[in-house]
Design a protein around this ligand. Structure first.
Ligand code: F3S
Length: 427
């Protein structure tokens, strides 16, 4: 590993013990990957505050500094934690104070998280508390090397923003936040950013549901590949559509980067998306493949009686909140159903000011921030069957909570919330 003089100073303790531990971790990580040097990073999205049994123990023993040292820097030494060297944000966490009395989530976790936010806020971490930092002002520019966790955020950063990140972990993001460095490998390098699979999209992909179905199919086919999508079926997506599509590719597979020529920033043409190399034979996405994705996602639903509806995975955008409020306006949830809508804290504030929250709560639903049922492993007590418009949540939550799941449109989900019955079908 070639180090610059500044990096050697950090490694040798010139910027303190915590930074030296961070450099040591990054050098070990880079050596294991065969990286020849580190790249400069000025945007880190990681997780520090999310409660867990080991965090409770570490914070009790030595405060949040101890937790950060062990979990985010991989050192058992007692080190002072300096302010973060580069802009760093907290991604999704556990449920926060707004969940009390709504989500069956341990109050000691809420308390722990609140003290963690004070500690890390004082150390220069922006407490965004969302899996969608790009929706609330954390927007790297094209070509920028960043250190992000959270698979749906990573695929969005690489593909839609044209920033460069691998799917990082708690230790590498923690170390990057103190050093502004990461091993230069994988998606940071030009040669790894070209497509390796082509999809010809003929079925119309116009709605939020369509983008989720397409993403689920593409992810299942390519797994960890880099898909390129073309075809007359592709409509003009909104931010929420691309967010849903990327999350679905990273759920059914492990996609970190996709290209849609003419739409995403690194692929002006199909040829450019493949870096001038031979374009592979296309995989077709038509009505049959669309139906396969729909039926696969709905294979975890049996009972038509729904008791929980979850919207906002990845966390809902402002447009989505507005649409949800419009869909619920004047309606009332069935007495046996609950509905939670996940969104970033910052957007909750705007939803409050815009009157969306009032409409949503009048219908009997709740807006919650910071987390989601899959992340916090919590759904309303007694939930047996849930429904969502999110391919990711329907894929994961049945396995995490041992419940049934239905996938459909926002309208299907609102209908289920109001009637207590699942009546969705592919249109
Ligand atoms: Fe976000 Fe939870 Fe979905 S963290 S991407 S809402 S699984």
């Amino acid at each position: 590993m070639r180090l610059t003089d500044e990096e050697k100073v950090m490694r040798d303790g010139g910027e303190g013990e915590a930074t030296a531990a961070a450099m040591d971790l990054l050098i070990r990580y880079g050596d294991a990957l065969g990286a020849e040097h580190l790249c400069r990073v000025r945007n880190v999205a990681g997780t520090m505050t999310q409660p867990s049994p080991v965090k409770h123990k570490l914070v009790k023993e030595g405060g949040w500094a101890k937790s950060f040292a062990v979990i985010n820097l991989d050192t058992d030494e007692d080190v002072d934690i300096p302010r973060m060297k580069v802009p760093t944000c907290q991604l999704q966490s556990g449920f926060g104070p707004d969940s009390v009395g709504i989500a069956p989530y341990p109050s000691e976790n809420v308390e722990l998280q609140t003290t963690g936010e004070s500690f890390f806020g004082a150390h220069g971490v922006n407490i965004l508390s969302t899996c969608t930092p790009y929706q609330v002002g954390n927007l790297p520019v094209r070509g920028e090397h960043v250190a992000w966790m959270e698979s749906s955020a990573v695929v969005y950063a690489n593909s839609v923003l044209g920033a460069r990140t691998n799917c990082e972990g708690t230790a590498s993001t923690g170390s990057a936040s103190l050093t502004g460095r990461l091993p230069c490998w994988g998606n940071h390098k030009d040669e790894n950013r070209y497509g390796d699979a082509l999809f010809q999209v003929d079925a119309p992909v116009e709605s939020f549901q369509d983008w989720g179905l397409l993403g689920y199919y593409v992810g299942d086919v390519v797994q960890e590949g880099r898909p390129v999508l073309t075809g007359d079926g592709i409509g003009l997506p909104e931010l929420a559509d691309l967010k849903h599509f990327g999350a679905a590719t990273a759920t059914a597979g492990g996609v970190e980067l996709f290209h849609i020529p003419g739409l995403t920033p690194e692929a002006p043409t199909v040829e450019a998306a493949f870096g001038g190399k031979a374009v592979p034979e296309a995989v077709h996405f038509g009505e049959r493949e669309r139906r396969w994705a729909y039926e696969t996602l709905n294979s975890q639903g049996e009972s038509g009686e729904v008791d929980f509806i979850l919207l906002g995975c990845p966390h809902a955008s402002l447009d989505q909140l507005q649409r949800i409020a419009a869909a619920l306006d004047g309606k009332r949830l069935h007495s046996d159903t609950e509905m939670w809508i996940m969104t970033p804290r910052a957007l909750r504030t705007i939803a409050d000011a815009s009157g969306y929250t009032e409409v949503i709560e009048r219908a009997g639903a709740h807006i919650l921030t910071d987390s989601c049922p899959a992340m916090s492993k919590a759904a309303p007590d007694g939930t047996r069957v849930f429904a969502s418009d999110s391919a990711k949540q329907v894929h994961y939550l049945p396995a995490i909570l041992g419940i049934e799941g239905w996938f459909g449109t926002l309208e299907d989900c609102v209908d289920a919330a109001v009637t207590g019955r699942w009546r969705g079908e592919l249109r």
